[in-house]
Design a protein around this ligand. Structure first.
Ligand SMILES: NC(=O)c1ccc[n+]([C@@H]2O[C@H](COP(=O)([O-])OP(=O)(O)OC[C@H]3O[C@@H](n4cnc5c(N)ncnc54)[C@H](O)[C@@H]3O)[C@@H](O)[C@H]2O)c1
Length: 294
């Protein structure tokens, strides 16, 4: 065989092998692309919060609204920072979510701790898209027994914590054109009278005012701010202090005839944090079984 003929034969053999090697890869890619489009068209492939980073405060408590919310966000592809005064609980809750999540110990009533927390979340995940201000405390003291100290503590955690976390995260949220969802309470709208005292109602009413003012200020910067307003959910927040009589009295006022589940509040929070509510800001979404209509 002449050297020219040998060279041509060798080149032809190499390209045949190359096609033979790459053809299955090319076909597999085409198949994957086709499958992706089919799944995409059916709207089931993309998880709602893929690529988003969410902070949920007060999410360590296993039966609480915060953990149910963290679980729902994680289930929709988000990376979640569970922020709670109970550091070990926050770490445990983050581990329970599995995968790429973070637990952070933080007392939200301490603005310095809130700043540190936000810095840690940004250094871990690189961004913050969604802030859920959920951490809260409640007590049932009526006015005759309420101390100023106790009232101040409730205001500091519920209202002060919401404000401190918002201030700490505002720059990141503006950068991400993100959203804030604040957890208020029906107590703010109906003037208490369910379990929490006047100090609790006041702290939650402050959250509603803060929500609306933030929504107004941050809208031009692409950040939406809303609140959910739940009625009673059977969580550990009552610390065993909710009597059967109190529970029955509350039940009697709920048209849907039952207390809410934590995941039902979580669903409302996810809606307000999602693109499905892209034209909603400054709103309070009632999740109260019809117990307060206004
Ligand atoms: N459970 C209800 O009936 C109900 C009704 C309306 C509104 N809410 C509100 O929902 C939110 C969640 O309540 P829940 O019922 O899930 O309570 P929960 O007690 O199960 O969870 C509250 C979480 O907040 C954390 N926390 C308390 N103080 C904190 C602080 N200073 N800093 C950081 N974390 C702190 C707790 O450790 C706990 O993990 C609260 O804001 C509450 O006021 C609850």
């Amino acid at each position: 065989m002449s050297s020219e003929l040998y060279e041509r034969t060798a080149k032809a053999t190499i390209s045949t092998y190359t096609y033979a090697l790459y053809l299955p890869l090319i076909s597999t890619n085409l198949l994957l692309c086709a499958m992706w489009h089919v799944v995409d068209l059916q709207g089931v492939q993309a998880m709602q919060f893929s690529g988003r980073v969410v902070i949920v405060t007060g999410a360590a408590s296993a039966r609480g609204i915060g953990f149910a919310t963290a679980l729902a966000f994680a289930g929709e592809g988000a990376r979640v920072a569970i922020v709670d005064i109970d550091e070990q609980g926050a770490n445990r809750a983050a581990a329970r979510l599995g995968g790429d999540h973070l637990g952070v110990g933080c007392d939200v009533s301490n603005p310095v701790a809130c700043k540190d927390t936000v810095a840690r979340v940004v250094s871990t995940f690189g961004r913050i898209d969604i802030l859920v201000n959920n951490a809260g405390i409640v007590s049932s003291d009526r006015l005759h027994a309420l101390t100023h100290e106790h009232a101040r503590q409730t205001m500091d955690v519920n209202a002060g914590g919401t404000i401190a976390m918002t201030l700490a995260a505002r720059a990141s949220l503006i950068e991400a054109r993100g959203t804030i969802v604040n957890v208020a309470s029906v107590a703010a709208q109906r003037g208490g009278g369910i379990f929490g005292g006047a100090h609790y109602a006041a702290s939650k009413a402050a959250i509603l005012g803060f929500t609306k003012a933030c929504a107004r200020e941050l809208a031009p910067l692409g950040v939406r701010v809303n609140a959910v307003s739940p009625s009673m959910v059977d969580t550990d927040i009552f610390g065993g202090a909710l009597s059967e009589d109190q529970r029955a009295a509350v039940l009697a006022t709920i048209p849907l005839g039952r207390l809410a589940r934590a995941d039902e509040i979580a669903n409302a929070i996810l809606f307000l944090a999602s693109d499905r509510s892209s034209y909603i800001t400054g709103a309070t979404l009632d999740v109260n079984g019809g117990s307060h209509m206004h």
